[in-house]
Every structure is written in structure tokens, then in C-alpha cells.
Design a protein around this ligand. Structure first.
Ligand SMILES: Nc1ncnc2c1ncn2[C@@H]1O[C@H](COP(=O)(O)OP(=O)(O)OP(=O)(O)O)[C@@H](O)[C@H]1O
Length: 187
């Protein structure tokens, strides 16, 4: 069996709901191309396990529609229990899909997620924090939800200040400039 591919760079993206993690990482992938780069999500193995457990439609759960929101709170609670036993439980599964030179993880939410990737990939890891004002996030459809916006999965990284790159993604932001700055991290 051949050795698993170790990515040259692993970019970790975090930021609060509707700050633009999916938007920016998808645009980044277009620039980097799928030959060189790929996006993985820690939420993928969480949703896969959850869908199997309850017999739900995984495609709907992975999408951005109401299905995902309906189960978000319960999935957070259930996945937190799993993480309490093993903080790398879902990160490890997500990493199994890493086969390209540049890995982009689009949904880092906890200090233990960062810890896992640093332990696994060392100096190959670069962190990107995306911020957007509450006003912008509301325009994009965000509403405060008890049990979602006030729990660890949303707030654990709020007090972290050391990021390789901090990006402001408010409405009217210069997306090309943002993407160029992110790209300079992977040179
Ligand atoms: N710079 C931008 N310009 C235009 N639209 C944007 C920009 N950033 C984000 N959006 C839009 O805002 C909405 C929310 O963004 P996105 O889904 O990327 O957020 P997210 O951080 O991934 O949210 P969640 O944590 O809820 O999954 C999407 O419709 C997206 O297209």
C-alpha cells in the first residue's frame, strides 16, 4: 500500500456563523484549482454519522438549507459528547480525505481542532480567521439562536488573537484582495 499523501500546507479557516467561510474557501479553491487544492469539513463526518444514526438524507444535511439548521443544535450536543471522549474523533476522520498539496479546512470551531491539526501537520498549518460585523451577518441570514450561538462550538475561538491572517469580510469587502492575501500564505 502506498504512503498517505501529506499536504504541503493545511489552511484552517474559522469564523462565526455567516462570516463567509464557505463563500471564501470556495472562491479560494477556484483560484488554487482542484488539481492542487481541496476543501474538507470537520462537519462532514459529524453529519455522516448523524445521518446514519437517524436515517436522514446526508445530501440535505450537507447543504445550506433549513435541514441543516433544524438539526444543528442536536448535532452540536451529540458531537460534543463524542469530543469529550476524544477531541480528535471527527478531525481524524475528516483528514482521511486529504490527498492534495493544499488542504483547506473550512470549519474550524474549537481550540482542540487547531491543536489536533498542529499535532498532526506541525508548521504546515496556517490559520485564517474571518470576521464580519453582526450587521453584515444578519444581512446574510444570521439570527441569534440559543444553544447554537452562545455555546462552545461558536465561541471557543473568540478569545484567540494569534492568527496567521485575519480577514474582514463585511459587505463591500474586496474579495479579490482577500483571496490574494490568503494565497500568499500558501506560496
Ligand atoms: N464577500 C462576500 N460577498 C458576497 N456574498 C458573501 C460574501 N461573504 C459571504 N457571502 C454570502 O453570505 C452568505 C453566508 O456566507 P457563508 O455560507 O460562506 O458563511 P459561513 O461562515 O460558511 O456560515 P455557516 O457557519 O453558517 O456555515 C452566503 O450566501 C454567501 O454567499
Amino acid at each position: 500500500m502506498s504512503d498517505p499523501v501529506v499536504p504541503r500546507i493545511v489552511l484552517l479557516f474559522s469564523g462565526k456563523r455567516k462570516c463567509g467561510k464557505d463563500f471564501l474557501t470556495e472562491r479560494l479553491l477556484q483560484r488554487l484549482t482542484t488539481d492542487k487544492a481541496q476543501i474538507i469539513r470537520i462537519s462532514e463526518p459529524i453529519k455522516r454519522s448523524w445521518a446514519e444514526k437517524l436515517g436522514l438524507d446526508l445530501k440535505e444535511l450537507l447543504g445550506d438549507g433549513p435541514y441543516k439548521e433544524r438539526y444543528r443544535k442536536e448535532m452540536i450536543e451529540w458531537s460534543d459528547q463524542k469530543r469529550a471522549e476524544d477531541y480528535g474523533y471527527f478531525c481524524r476522520q475528516a483528514c482521511q480525505g486529504l490527498t492534495k498539496e493544499i488542504g483547506v479546512v473550512s470549519d474550524i470551531r474549537r481550540k482542540t481542532d487547531v491543536r489536533f491539526f498542529r499535532e498532526q501537520y506541525g508548521a504546515r498549518v496556517k490559520t485564517v480567521r474571518i470576521v464580519a460585523s453582526e450587521g453584515t451577518r444578519v444581512e446574510r441570514g444570521w439570527t441569534f439562536q440559543n444553544g447554537v450561538d452562545d455555546v462552545q462550538s461558536e465561541c471557543d475561538l473568540d478569545d484567540v488573537t494569534e492568527w496567521d491572517l485575519l480577514v474582514e469580510n463585511d459587505s463591500g469587502a474586496d474579495v479579490d484582495d482577500i483571496l490574494a492575501r490568503i494565497e500568499s500564505l500558501v506560496q
